[in-house]
Design a protein around this ligand. Structure first.
Ligand code: C2O
Length: 533
């Protein structure tokens, strides 16, 4: 294994899109930011230097951070932010991981412009468990606001109103041809007869997305840096924080084919149907030749999203076995809600809140990992409820007497405990599918269904053989998803909705995982340059 050094300079940059120029916070002046390349088991060192007025942290989304929670990155969870003029060296090892992941800012809404791909190649001389592609291409999907993104969320928090929807979706930073603007949209150049590995990253802020390429199917081989059984599809479904590796064979004659990216909202709350347009362009095709078009799935095409997820299975081969916990020490049931609380200072006298088991998470001002490591009391409690206070019919009308409570409450686990979490989507005010992300772990998606979870009936149908391993999973509106993991990584680990608007409203909690007794089972000591609050 090797040591890889990177330098991330956080700087402002003027960028023009949709015919408007604005100053954005970037890494090294790039949007999307630089791709980080490494191999499985490499040690990665990234020096992040903050040259802007905002506080910064970077999260390596999906990197397990075994015993190195200090480098995980969520502000006030594992570290205090890097302040203006300061720097911090993120230091982690990609133990047993290969595939595609992403990195992004993990403070306020800065990840809108501070994000990029992480490409982890297999160890030298270790082949892919699928036909070797001739070329690899990275596709980073994002969202773009014409106005300043920090202003968008700050205004929403002050007024209690929902934040403005983005003005465009982007493919590798390009919104696609815009009438009367010069932007041409992103072109993925291919040669006839060759096979490409597409590494697709959803770095959007608030939208789960569909991706389609006119006239071409995609064969999925990996998601969230875990190999899957191969399956061929005409549509990729990908939530914020998720990654998908898929093979594309350029089996057409010369020509230009539309790549369309459109949002999914299973219950349409606000209509956000801005489609991003990019092109698959064969060598020998003129840039301005008219593309072969394709339609997008309907915004509420739940069956398309479900079908994609149902086809995902762990590869579960001899080399890459799925080590699914067969028994569970902790059986948790998390009801996920978005609702309205009174707010006298807000425009309508109310504001949106989001919660898990009626707890809306309050961000601390001391980093939780430090409070845990140094035994600082009064920062968090360890009484996060294993069940909702008053179970109800989650798919019927929401009860009127649900009181959301506020707290910085964590759930405590002993080293190597096995955990099952049933994530139950509810029909609360803003019914929406939630991409739930767990830091520090990959989990197995052992089951999912529509309606209320029924422990007696549904547990029997769990897939404990080859469930897909992920770090982010969609929980459907009025349905549930069950995950399992083994708590073999000591530290404090965030779990939250990866729609940034819901995270802001409080749809988050954390696990505190104790050290084990063995020699390699404890959290390493904090690095000496860890930022102070
Ligand atoms: Cu990609 Cu806590 O997030």
């Amino acid at each position: 294994s090797a040591v890889r050094h990177y330098k991330f300079n956080v700087v402002l940059k003027n960028v023009t899109k949709l015919c408007a120029t604005k100053s954005i916070v970037t890494v090294n002046g790039k949007f999307p930011g630089p791709t980080l390349y490494a191999r499985e088991d490499d040690n990665v060192l990234v020096r992040v230097i903050n040259n802007v007025q905002n506080n910064i942290t970077i999260h390596w989304h999906g990197v397990r951070q075994l015993r190195t929670g200090w480098s995980d990155g969520p502000a006030y969870i594992t570290q205090c932010p890097i302040q203006t003029g300061q720097s911090f060296l993120y230091n982690f090892t990609l133990t047993g991981q290969r595939g595609t992941l992403l990195w992004h800012a993990h403070i306020s809404w800065l990840r809108a412009t501070i994000h990029g791909a992480i490409v982890i190649l297999p160890k030298k001389r270790v082949p892919y468990p699928f036909p070797k592609p001739e070329k690899e291409k990275t596709i980073v999907l994002g969202e773009w606001w014409k106005t300043d993104v920090e202003t968008v969320i700050n205004r929403a928090m002050q007024t209690g109103l929902a934040p403005n929807l983005s003005d465009a979706h982007t493919v590798n930073g390009h919104p696609g041809p815009v009438p009367n603007c010069t932007s041409q949209g992103f072109s993925l150049k291919v040669e006839r007869g060759k096979t490409y590995l597409l590494r697709i990253v959803n770095a959007a802020v608030n939208d789960e997305l569909f991706l389609r390429i006119a006239g071409h199917n995609l064969t999925v081989v990996e998601v969230d840096a875990s190999y899957t059984k191969r399956f061929t599809t005409d549509t990729i479904f990908i939530g914020p924080g998720q990654t998908t590796n898929a093979l594309l064979t350029a089996n057409k004659n010369v020509g230009k084919y539309a790549i369309v990216v459109s949002p999914f909202m299973d219950t349409v709350v606000a209509v956000d149907n801005v489609t991003a347009l990019a092109f698959l362009r064969y060598k020998g095709t003129l840039a301005f030749s008219p593309p072969v078009l394709t339609n997008t799935p309907a915004i509420n095409a739940t069956p398309v999203a479900m079908n994609f997820m149902n086809n995902l299975r762990s590869l579960n081969s001899k080399e890459y076995p799925a080590k699914v916990p067969l028994d569970v020490d902790h059986s948790l049931f998390f009801a996920i809600g978005v609702g309205i609380n009174p707010c006298p200072t807000c425009v309508n006298g109310s504001k949106s809140v989001a919660d898990i088991n009626n707890v809306s998470f309050v961000m601390p001002t001391t980093a939780l990992l430090q409070a845990h490591y140094y035994n600082i009391s009064g920062v968090f409690t360890q009484d996060f409820p294993a069940n909702p206070p008053n179970p109800y019919n989650y798919t019927g009308n929401p009860p009127t007497n649900l009181q959301t409570t506020n707290g910085t409450r964590l759930y405590r686990l002993a080293y190597n405990d096995t955990v099952q979490v049933v994530l139950q989507g509810t029909s609360m005010i803003a019914p929406e599918s939630h991409p739930i992300h767990l830091h520090g772990y990959d989990f197995f998606v052992v089951g999912k269904g529509v309606g209320n979870f029924n422990a007696n009936k549904d547990t029997k149908n769990f897939n404990l053989v080859d469930p897909v391993a992920r770090n982010t999973i969609s929980v459907p509106t009025g349905g549930w998803t069950a995950i399992r993991f083994t708590a073999d990584n000591p530290g404090v680990w965030f779990l939250h909705c990866h729609l940034e608007v819901h995270t802001t409203w409080g749809l988050k909690m954390g696990f505190v995982v104790d050290n084990g007794k063995g020699p390699n089972e404890s959290l390493l000591p904090p690095p000496s340059d860890l930022p102070k609050c």
